[in-house]
Design a protein around this ligand. Structure first.
Ligand code: A3P
Length: 433
């Protein structure tokens, strides 16, 4: 293996399970044969020091072409799995965080959430990186459903992925371009080697490249259109989101996402946070919960359950249950078994205002301040960007600060022409903010 995978569990297990020597040799042969193929592909150095190769009508970062080939031949997800797709810099990080937090909301408490100790990219791997370790990851060890992410265009997805639910997030190409420019410029800047040998990216030069469709996983418009058309054809298989709309109303997008992923929010989860906060301030609840601060605690769950859901006399129910719980103690597991059997809450997520909690947890302002996401160090050789480079401004319309009017009009004109007749348009997000 060329480099050590850095994914959070359970993805890390895909590389840890013991592998027979013959499997390792087989993988080595597979990747060597892909390398031979890639050496014949057209190459572009327009985004130097990054290079792109033209593969099946799209420009793919050279270092990821073999991984794309490996995905096409060896990625075998289960139909229950969920695939997040984006064109680079369209909000991948955000979508990963939202879907991970939503799918696993019953497994973690807010205070010890994996998104507070791992980057969203460690929590949901990008397939192109996941398959770039010169070994075919063993997906059999993953739970079902599992979330994967990719930048692969629809036409390059393997047949096996077409049975999965796909969530596509797109963004106004002007903002996506500006974001990409800054991201790659930061990657160069964070590499000691390239800092001394290159001037960074030339904005007007790479703008020309982007406009001509020569950029990572581009042409941008073909990428968007592939998934847009598929979402019209099979809305139950492809959910199509736009960054700008998601920024306007993240909560309703999150609800649609949860429904699409097969884990809709319950009425109880939906209750608003004001109710939750008022409830937590209630002196009775406070006194009941004092010794039981862990939301996973069965006694606490039972008391809350009766207090909130059943609308019974909280004092009586709470005392009876509290006494009962104290008598037999939580550690004997009896209450846990009983409460699980009743479908009682397992984590913070079963309480009111979960939608708002997840939106807040995954918000730009919150994630950017998480220690692991503030890390400024990257690894250029492994194409591992500094985690902080994924959190720049998180704004709609920031292009206005970097593109001239001519540049913006040019990109708008290309977009209009390419998307003509598709029913998709970025015009509403083109207004100067
Ligand atoms: P800007 O560079 O315009 O700020 P990707 O995740 O696909 O690489 O996209 C990165 C873009 O999404 C960056 O845009 C980044 O700031 C923004 N972003 C990252 N996390 C976000 C979040 N939680 N909410 C909204 N935008 C976010």
């Amino acid at each position: 293996m060329a480099s050590q995978p850095y994914y959070a569990a359970p993805y890390s297990l895909c590389f840890l399970s013991p592998r027979a020597q013959q499997d390792l040799e087989r993988d080595e042969q597979i990747y060597s044969s892909y390398e031979k193929l890639t050496s014949q592909l057209p190459i572009s150095h327009g985004w130097s020091p990054f290079s792109l190769q033209h593969y099946q009508s799209f420009w793919i970062p050279s270092r990821l072409v073999t991984a794309c080939m490996a995905i096409q031949s060896h990625f075998n997800p289960r139909p229950s799995d969920i695939i997040l797709v984006t064109s680079p810099k369209s909000g991948t990080t955000w979508l990963k965080a939202l879907s991970f937090a939503t799918l696993h909301r019953r497994s973690f408490s807010l205070s010890s959430h994996p998104l507070l100790t791992n980057t969203p990219h460690q929590c949901v791997p990008l397939l192109e990186r996941f398959y770039s370790h010169r070994t075919i990851p063993n997906l059999n060890v993953l739970p079902s459903p599992t979330i994967f992410a990719t930048h692969l265009p629809f036409s390059l997805l393997p047949q096996s992925a077409l049975g999965c639910r796909i969530v596509y997030l797109c963004r106004d190409p002007k903002d996506a371009f500006v974001s990409l420019y800054h991201f790659l410029d930061r990657c160069i800047g964070s590499s000691a080697e390239h800092k001394s040998t290159t001037q960074g990216l030339d904005l007007s030069k790479v703008f020309q490249m982007f406009s001509r469709g020569t950029s990572a996983f581009a042409p941008f418009w073909d990428h968007v259109l592939g998934y847009w058309k598929e979402s019209l054809k099979s809305p139950e298989m492809v959910l199509f989101f736009r960054y700008e709309e998601m920024m306007e109303d993240p909560a309703s997008h999150l609800r649609r996402l949860a429904e699409f992923m097969g884990c809709p929010f319950s009425m109880e989860e939906e209750r608003d946070t004001t109710r939750k906060q008022a409830h937590q301030q209630n002196p009775f609840v406070k006194s009941c919960l004092k010794p039981y601060t862990n939301p996973k605690n069965s006694i606490e769950r039972i008391i809350l359950k009766f207090h909130l859901k059943e609308n019974r006399q909280p004092r009586v129910v709470g005392r009876v249950l509290g006494a009962f719980g104290l008598l037999i103690t939580d550690s004997c597991g009896l209450l846990r078994v009983w409460s699980d059997g009743c479908g009682l809450p397992k984590a913070w997520s079963e309480f009111d205002g979960v939608v708002e909690d997840i939106v807040k947890l995954c918000s730009f302002d919150n994630l950017r301040e998480v220690e692991v996401n503030k890390d400024n160090k990257g690894n250029f050789e492994e194409r591992r960007p500094p985690p902080s480079s994924f959190f720049r401004k998180g704004k709609v319309g920031d292009w206005v600060n970097y593109l001239s009017m001519e540049m913006a009009e040019k990109l708008d004109a290309i977009t209009k022409e390419k998307l003509h007749g598709s029913g998709l348009s970025f015009e509403s997000s083109s207004v100067v903010p």
